[in-house]
Write a protein that binds this ligand. Sequence first.
Ligand code: NI
Length: 151
Amino acid sequence: MGDLARFGVSLEQDLLEAFDSLCTRRGVKRSEALRQCIRRELSWEMLADPKVPVAGVLTLMFDHHDSDLPGRLTSLQHEAHDMVIATMHVHLDEHRCLETMALRGTAEEVSQLADRLRSSRGVLQSSCSLTTIDSVESHGHAHHHSHKGQD
Ligand code: NI
């Protein structure tokens, strides 16, 4: 983390009250909550860059009796073995399975793989959460250096 800077923010009373209520629920101070919001937004924006390195988790719920889905999911994971860095399979009940995969690669590759897996016929529910591996701060820092180098 770099040097701390201070700045003033003007916002509507209602919005501030809602924000303070969020801070209370999460047990964080305003400045920490604001940092988290800013990092999340910057990270979200970085995810739009197809080449940015990301890591995340894809969770699928499916019925293992459903046709050949388990086999197809396994085949897709083997084809993308360099991106599927870990899997966990939980037998939820007699019928349903919960499979969680840790994925890593570029935003474009990982998003495409996640879309293929979660859109497989027979998947009942899915969720996917990706985050950039390079921190927002170091990303900005790297850009700063590269600009300097070009001068
Ligand atoms: Ni199972």
